[in-house]
Design a protein around this ligand. Structure first.
Ligand code: ATP
Ligand code: MG
Length: 262
C-alpha cells in the first residue's frame, strides 16, 4: 500500500535474546483508525516508538507519510515528528513544566501561533479532557489518570496528521474512558487524522477504531474489522478461529510473558 500514511514492512526488533518483533508488516491508510492489541510485553509500545523513530528496527522498512523513518538522525526526524501526536504509555510529560506548558509544547515547537492563540488552544484542550483549572499544576501533583489526560491533551492539541495513543484509557474509570474515546472520536472526525491506538480495553477500543490488528509472539496474527473483535467471546481477543488458525489459541487476556523467543 504505497499511498498508506504508515507502513511497516518486514520489521524485526530484538532486545538481547528476546525477539520482540519477528518480521511484521502493517499499513494504515490515511484517515484510518487502527487498533493494536496483544498480550502484555508483546511489543505494542515498541511498534509505537518505531513509527516515531524513537527506536530503530534491526531489519525492515518504516515509512510515515511516504518518508523513511529508519536510519534518520534525530534532527532529520524533527519535521516528521511535528506531524505526529503521541500519547506515551508512561505519559512522558516534562516534570519541570506546568500542565499548561506541557500541553503547549507541540504548538510552541511548530511556531505558527501567537502566545495568546496557544493559551486559548491549551485551555480548550484541558477543558475537553476534564482538566480545566489544572493549568498551573506541576505534573508531580497529578494522579496517574490526570497525567494520562494531560498526555492526551498534548497529543491532540496541534491537530497532528498522525496520532498514536498508547493505552489512552488505562487506569481510568469507565465513565472517563467513554468520555476520552468520545473526545478522540470527535477529534478524528474533525481532523481526519490517521490513528494508531493501542489498548488493553478491547471493547472500548473496538468502538473507536475501524480495524484491529492483533500482535502475538512477534507477528500480526490477525487483522480485521473492529466489529468482529467486539463479537468475540468476552471481547477479549480476535475471533477464536483466527487465533486457532495461527496456533495462538492458548492466549488469554492478561497473559504476560509469551512474546516470541529466539
Ligand atoms: N528499550 C528497551 N530495552 C530492552 N527491552 C525492551 C525495551 N523496550 C521494550 N523492551 C522489551 O520488549 C518487550 C515488549 O515491550 P513493549 O513495551 O512493547 O510491550 P507492550 O506490548 O507494550 O506491553 P504492555 O501491554 O505491558 O504495555 C518487553 O519484553 C520489554 O521488556
Ligand atoms: Mg505498552
Amino acid at each position: 500500500m504505497s499511498d498508506a500514511a504508515v507502513v511497516l514492512h518486514d520489521v524485526s526488533k530484538r532486545y538481547g535474546r528476546r525477539q520482540v518483533l519477528a518480521g511484521i508488516s502493517l499499513a494504515i491508510a490515511p484517515g484510518e483508525k487502527l487498533g493494536l492489541i496483544g498480550p502484555a510485553a508483546s511489543g505494542k509500545s515498541v511498534i509505537a516508538k518505531l513509527v516515531c523513530g524513537l527506536e530503530e528496527p534491526d531489519r525492515g522498512e518504516i515509512r510515515v507519510f511516504g518518508e523513511d523513518v529508519v536510519g534518520k538522525r534525530e534532527v532529520q526526524l524533527g519535521p516528521l515528528r511535528r506531524r505526529i501526536g503521541m500519547l506515551f504509555q508512561n505519559y512522558a510529560l516534562f516534570d519541570f513544566l506546568t500542565v499548561e506548558r506541557n500541553v503547549a509544547f507541540p504548538l510552541e515547537q511548530r511556531g505558527a501561533l501567537t502566545a495568546a492563540e496557544i493559551a486559548t488552544r491549551v485551555t480548550d484542550r484541558l477543558k475537553a479532557v476534564g482538566l480545566a483549572g489544572s493549568e498551573h499544576k506541576l505534573t508531580a501533583e497529578l494522579s496517574g489518570g490526570m497525567k494520562k489526560r494531560v498526555g492526551i491533551a498534548r497529543a491532540t492539541v496541534a491537530d497532528a496528521e498522525l496520532v498514536i495513543y498508547d493505552e489512552p484509557t488505562a487506569g481510568l474509570d469507565p465513565v472517563t474512558t467513554q468520555k476520552i474515546y468520545d473526545l478522540l472520536a470527535a477529534d478524528q472526525l474533525r481532523t481526519k487524522a490517521t490513528v494508531l491506538a493501542i489498548s488493553s480495553d478491547v471493547a472500548a477500543l473496538a468502538q473507536f477504531v475501524d480495524e484491529i490488528a492483533f500482535l502475538y509472539q512477534g507477528h500480526i496474527i490477525y487483522r480485521g474489522p473492529a466489529g468482529t473483535i467486539a463479537d468475540a467471546p468476552g471481547s477479549a481477543g480476535p475471533p477464536v478461529r483466527a487465533r486457532r488458525a495461527r496456533g495462538a489459541a492458548r492466549w488469554r487476556p492478561g497473559d504476560g510473558q509469551q512474546a516470541a523467543t529466539p
